[in-house]
Structure formats: C-alpha cells, structure tokens
Write a protein that binds this ligand. Structure first.
Ligand SMILES: [Zn+2]
Length: 561
C-alpha cells in the first residue's frame, strides 16, 4: 500500500485530462468529512461536515474543514453533494455558503430538508438540487449518478462520478443491513453494474473496517427495546441522535404498543422529527405524540420522553436532567434508555451522565448492558463483499482514523486490489487519477478550523494552549508602577491571581527579585514598558516554576509613574 510521505510538498499542476481528489477532512479523524474533486479546471465537493471538539479543546463549538485550498477558486465549484444528513457530513455547509452563497447543494429529499432547516437558522436560503437513487445529474464536467445506501439515517446516497479521467465511486457512510426498517437496502446491483463498467477509483467508508463480520440488523434491537417498555415501572426517557429516524420509529412503535404517550424534548429533536414526519420518513401513530405539558400530567407509567444528549453533551436535555437543571426531574423507578453509539472521546462525559442518572435512582439501559444499539457502518465482512462486487482498479479508504484507514486498505488488498493501487491518504493529501492509476502527489493545507462563539478561525492552537494553561495552572497579573527616570518601582507591585494557590504573603518573596531585575535593567539603559514587562514575566515565571513547580499564565503591566 502506498503511504504518502508525511512531509510532502505542494502538488504539481494537474495533468490534462486527469482527476484530482483532495480530502479536506475526515481522513485521519472521525468527522468533518469533505472531499474536493478537480477536473478540467472545475471543482466538485462531496460533503462538508463538522468535527466535535474534545476536552482538550476548551471553548470550541465545532471544528470545520480548512477551505484554504479552494478559497480563491470558489467560483469554479459546480456543486456540493451531500451524501446524507449527519452533522459530520453537512454541518460545515453554512460556513461554506457564507463564503459563496450560490453554490448548488445537491442531495436526497431528507438530507436537503435537514440542511435547509439548519441554513434557515443561519439565515441562508440555499440553491438546491434534489436527487434520488438511480438518478443521473450532470454537474458541469462531472457526470454524477446516485445510488441508494443504507445507513443510520434514512435516504443516504453513494455517488458515482464520471469524468474523462474515469469512473469514481464514493460510498459515503453506509452499511448493508439486509432488513432495514424502510426496506431500502444498499444497492449492490448498482455497485455490480458500475463494477462491470470499470470503477477506476473506489472511495470507501472505513469507520468499521476493524470490526470483523457483519453489522447486525437494526431489527435485532427490537427485543431489547420491547423489554424496556414491558418492564419499566415508571417513566421512560429515551436518548438518541436527533437524526436516527429508524431508531426513534422503533421506540415510538414500542411506546404505542404498551399504551404510553410520547413527547419530543430538545430543539433539534423536535425540529428533525417534525421534518421526518412531514416527509413521510417517520410514521407516528395517531394520538401517540402529545405536548410535554400534557404528558407531565399523565401517570408515570404512561410517559415516554425522547430527547437528545446521548453523547453527554453538556447543553443537551439528558445532561441537564442528570444535573437537575431541567424541568424533567429524574427519580427512583424511572428508566433511561441510551439508544445510541458511544463516540470515542465522549466516554467520560457519557459515564458522568449515566452515574448522575443512576444516583437519582434511574435504571439506565445502554449499549454496555443491553442490546440497544447497532452501528451505522459496514463491518469488514460487508466491505470485502463490496470490493469483490466492484473489483476497483484503485482504492482510497475514507472516513476514519489511521487505524481504520489501514484496516480498510488491508481488506482491499486481500480481495486482490494490487497494494500499489491502494492509497492511504490523510487530510490535505492530493491524490491524482491519471491514465487509470491513482497516486498521492502532494499536500495542501488541511488544518483544524475552530468555530468559537461567533468567530470562525479566530481561535488558534496557541489560544487553546492558553486556555488549557489557564484551566490547569491559573494566572497571575502584576501591576508595577515604575519611575521613568530612575527605572525603580515607586511602590511595591500589586499581584492578582486566579486559579493559582496563594495567600496575602505568597508573592512577598518575588518582590526583591523583581526589584533586582529592574535595577539591573536601569543600569543597562533598558526602560521601555514592554521590555520591563518581559523582564518581570521572565522573573516571576522562573520563580513560580522553581518554588511551586507551576507554570501559570503571567500578565505583567508596567505603568510609567
Ligand atoms: Zn453518517
């Protein structure tokens, strides 16, 4: 397999007739999926998602793909195709359209409905092209065909892209549940037909490539969900992703069967389930759904709440219930069902929520103690089937961390794809398809772009480091009044500290050190306030490190007296 060199330079000019593939997100990480295709001077984008921050990225709302590589060529973009409506595939679209509002947004009915609702909150009305499986759509130089795929959200599409350079098949996120609730299976017949035509480059979802065997059918969860509804003595609170229409359908069916009523809680849950119902993706039995105010007045054993927060997100309904910061007060005998995955990185937050709920007396049913979740992605067994059906000339694993990409590449090789034609790339690596061969040829910028409150890209790695230091070490401010003529302190400096353990006399010991440093500076003719500030910074920093083994943020302010 060809691993691109980590220190690749910028790519050469794209050869005439060639196709360039540039992943700007989603390779080497789980999230912010975005792939740009370039052919004959034109660009096509597939997906534009967000990545959610980890605990080491305090204050960050979401992380975007880096648009630097296309920013000065946005007028060349034919369209952005959205394979499905998950946040890690559509969440970046508002930020992309902020840079060029009229980029056509292409997707299936439900995907477009989800992105339009999101864009409305950003006050953007997109230009959209609705497509469905089996449909072909010419987007400038790119001849696209859309193929049904099954995933943990309805209406997912794979996309085949034909150009003079060849045929590319991009799976998007998919699995091969043979008995999905909506009976819409991954269209392997289309995969086979494209394989017959000759797939020159196959981009394949790697998320579950390390998982042996096959992903269990969604229907297999029915008994465990049924069990919860059969045995729960009091209220049932279900938490899931606000986009998992089929999982929520199963919950609604079970609630209906057991004579309970249901209310949706949380803005995104109410919004998305309203959309899914209006478009016919979610079937709600008559009289099942009631307003939260009405629900609250019912006996406990008639109540089902469906809310977000299954990942321990601090602002979501479930975390707030766990913290007693929500009108729903969890109590003894309540049952909480976490019908969702446990996304790596969220473990601490989720277990914190589970512990709090348990402490209030709830019985928490989750993936760890019951069969209440299956993945939305194809396992190794399914991927191998795909390789054998498609028989691609070149393979590029997408969507996953390095271990997932590598595992997927190994599967491709085991099915007979020549190792030299399997390209493991990470974000920013430029892969050119020329004369039927895919090769990594260079690297472009693909850094993490932080959205922080109202700013995009304002927070940098350096500011996050400061935030971590503030959180772990605290800070000290020193205000020093210095006589401009003598360079001496006119009175003892004033110290203010937060998060740094101190008392009245803590800083007494550092005052003589500052005085000595200032006297020395005066003799050397150093007197500019910013120079003196640097001097005080160095002095105090060395002292806190030697005396306390701490490295707080130090902010000296020198005032001419
Ligand atoms: Zn997805």
């Amino acid at each position: 397999m060809s691993h691109p060199h980590p220190e690749m330079g910028p790519p050469p000019r794209l050869a005439k007739g060639g196709l360039r593939v540039v992943p700007l997100g989603g390779l080497g990480e789980i999230g912010r999926n975005m792939t740009v295709f370039e052919h004959a001077g034109r660009l096509l984008i597939v997906d534009c998602g967000v990545l959610f921050p980890e605990e080491t990225q305090p204050g960050v709302d979401v992380i975007l793909p880096d648009f630097t590589w296309i920013r000065d060529r946005l007028d060349k973009v034919e369209a952005v195709i959205l394979t499905h409506g998950h946040e890690d595939h559509i969440g970046g679209v508002p930020y992309l359209l902020r840079e060029r509002a009229d980029i056509p947004v292409v997707g299936s009915k439900l995907t477009l409905a989800f992105i339009e609702a999101k864009l409305k909150e950003h006050k953007i009305t997109p230009k959209t092209i609705e497509v469905s499986e089996g449909q072909r759509e010419r987007l400038g130089q790119f001849n696209c065909e859309f193929i049904a795929v099954n995933h943990s959200i309805p209406d997912g599409l794979a996309v085949a892209i034909r150009t003079q350079a060849g045929l590319v098949l991009h799976t998007g996120d998919f699995k091969m549940d043979q008995f999905p609730l909506d009976e819409r299976i991954t269209d392997l017949r289309a995969f086979a037909r494209l394989g017959e035509e000759g797939v020159d480059l196959f981009l394949v979802d790697s998320t579950n490539a390390e998982v042996p065997g096959f992903t269990t059918s969604e229907r297999a969860l029915a008994p465990a969900i049924e069990e919860v509804f059969r045995t729960a003595p009091k209220r049932i609170i279900v938490s899931s992703f606000a986009s998992h229409v089929h999982r929520i359908q199963q919950v609604l069916d079970a609630a209906h069967h057991h004579g309970r009523k249901v209310a949706f809680v949380g803005r995104s849950m109410v919004r998305n389930m309203g959309i899914a119902r209006d478009l016919g993706y979610l079937k709600i039995p008559k009289g099942l759904l009631v307003d939260l105010k009405v629900l609250e007045k019912l006996p406990d054993d008639k109540i089902t709440l469906v809310c977000t927060g299954s990942q321990g997100e601090p602002m979501a309904a479930l975390s707030r219930m766990a913290n007693r910061d929500h009108m729903i007060r969890i109590g003894k005998g309540d049952t909480v069902l976490l019908a969702s995955s446990l996304i790596p990185g969220n473990e601490n937050a989720i277990y914190r929520v589970i512990n709090s709920l348990t402490r209030w007396g709830a019985n928490v049913v989750h993936k760890g103690n019951a069969n209440v979740h299956v993945s939305g992605h194809a396992s190794a067994g399914e991927l191998v089937y795909c390789y054998n059906i498609v028989r691609p000339s070149n393979v590029m694993p997408v969507h996953g961390e390095w271990r997932h990409l590598t595992a997927n590449a190994e599967l491709a090789v085991r099915t007979g794809v020549p190792a030299a034609n399997v390209v493991i790339a990470e974000d920013g690596v430029v892969v050119d398809l020329i004369d039927g061969t895919a090769k990594a040829v260079g690297k472009v910028a693909a850094g993490l772009v932080y959205v922080d409150g109202m700013t995009v890209g304002g927070a940098t790695e350096a500011s996050l480091k400061d935030r971590r230091t503030l959180g772990e070490e605290g800070f000290i401010t020193i205000v020093a009044l210095v006589d401009a003529d003598t360079g001496k302190l006119t009175e003892p400096p004033e110290f203010m500290a937060r998060g740094f353990v101190h008392d009245q006399s803590t800083f007494d010991a550092v005052v003589p050190l500052i005085e000595t440093a200032l006297e020395k500076a005066a003799k050397e003719g150093i007197g500019e306030p910013h120079q003196l500030e640097q001097l005080i910074h160095r002095t105090v920093s060395r002292w806190t490190h030697q005396t306390y083994r701490r490295s707080p943020i130090i902010l000296p302010i020198v005032v001419d007296a």
